[in-house]
Design a protein around this ligand. Structure first.
Ligand SMILES: Cc1cc2nc3c(=O)[nH]c(=O)nc-3n(C[C@H](O)[C@H](O)[C@H](O)COP(=O)(O)OP(=O)(O)OC[C@H]3O[C@@H](n4cnc5c(N)ncnc54)[C@H](O)[C@@H]3O)c2cc1C
Length: 298
């Protein structure tokens, strides 16, 4: 294990050794981060990247932790949270947001300002950095529809700027960003009518309330949508709603979600993911692909 005393000296209370994943993931499950740090400027992120490099410590960057499952064995090295980089600015047709800003702030602000194109992504939990990395989306809109450029740091902590065309991306996937620390992103919109956009936003938020198990810890849809179908439909059709392993359960409200129904370990959730995949394959022949990101050793 690296000597974390320098990290503690640099970040003070913003560095915690052995921080349980329940505190920084929406599954509220999994082991501890060896060291959890909360840099509050791009310069601090750059320092941290260089420190990790020099000390041979792996660096994991997380926003809201709303699309990850952390192993019960924990996360080696440093886990850096972006929540303290949370500035958002609208200028004309462009919104620029720091990586740790809540994604929904961008969705709301764009609708309020009459900037069209991301209003239907309202209510996606997590951060701007996470939304860009995942190309998060909903109701036919996705982050990359409006992405203009990303400011990031490379593994040595040096600034890099990527235009949208430099980032290969697809449905809930991007290439190349996994090795970078996203610091901020800008989005360019087309004009829209604020009243209409805010109405769309309200409909989307209401639909989420009705359809999703928002009262229990989860990380949203477990699997990607297979071509021409929905993972939730296939899971429901296989009769798997309510299926349990330990404290993990396939949501009875939305079959695409696995919820932590109380005291679930990461191993419970992981085993249930495997069980659902196997039973859907047996019932329909479809091989479901994981959308969520596994962190640590499984
Ligand atoms: C109730 C619920 C509903 C959801 N609904 C949707 C939905 O409708 N559509 C959808 O697409 N998703 C949905 N999700 C999943 C999730 O919210 C999104 O994928 C979200 O964009 C993840 O953001 P995050 O900040 O939480 O990312 P995290 O979970 O923190 O991280 C996800 C990945 O991004 C990387 N990452 C995060 N920040 C950075 C950064 N600054 N630099 C580099 N890498 C970074 C992480 O290392 C990790 O690999 C839902 C989740 C929940 C719990």
């Amino acid at each position: 294990m690296p000597d974390y005393s320098q990290l503690k000296a640099k970040f003070g209370e913003r560095c915690v050794l052995g921080a349980p994943a329940a505190g920084f993931t929406t599954y509220k499950a999994g082991g501890a981060a060896e060291a959890l740090a909360e840099p509050c400027s791009p310069e601090e992120f750059s320092w941290l990247a260089a420190w990790c490099r020099a000390n041979n410590a792996p660096l994991t960057v997380l926003g809201g932790g709303s699309n990850v499952l952390v192993s019960d064995k924990g996360l080696p090295g440093v886990t850096a949270l972006t929540g303290r980089l949370s500035g958002v600015e609208a200028r004309g047709a462009v919104i620029t947001a720091q990586a740790g800003a809540p994604w929904d702030l961008v969705a709301r602000l764009s609708a309020e300002k009459g900037l069209a194109g991301l209003e239907k992504t309202s209510g996606i939990p997590g951060s701007v950095g996470g939304a860009v990395r995942m190309n998060a989306g909903a109701f036919g809109q996705e982050t990359f529809d409006r992405l203009k450029a990303v400011e990031a740091l490379d593994p040595e902590g040096r600034p890099v700027r990527l235009e949208k065309k430099d980032i290969p991306h697809g449905y809930r996937s991007t290439q190349g960003l996994e090795r970078l620390i996203i610091i901020s992103a800008s989005f360019e919109f087309t004009p829209g009518e604020p009243g209409v956009l805010l109405q769309d936003r309200s409909c989307v938020l209401a639909s989420r309330e009705v359809k999703q198990p928002l009262d229990l810890p989860s990380a949203g849809s477990v699997f990607k949508r297979p071509p021409g179908d929905y993972a939730s439909r296939l899971i429901d059709a296989a009769g798997l709603k309510g299926l349990r392993v330990g404290g993990a359960a396939v949501s009875a409200k939305h079959a695409g979600f696995i919820v932590n129904a109380g005291g679930a370990t990461a191993a419970d959730i992981y085993a249930l993911i495997g069980e659902v995949k196997a039973r859907v394959k047996a019932a329909s022949g479809v091989e479901l692909e994981l959308e969520q990101i596994l962190l640590g050793e499984f």
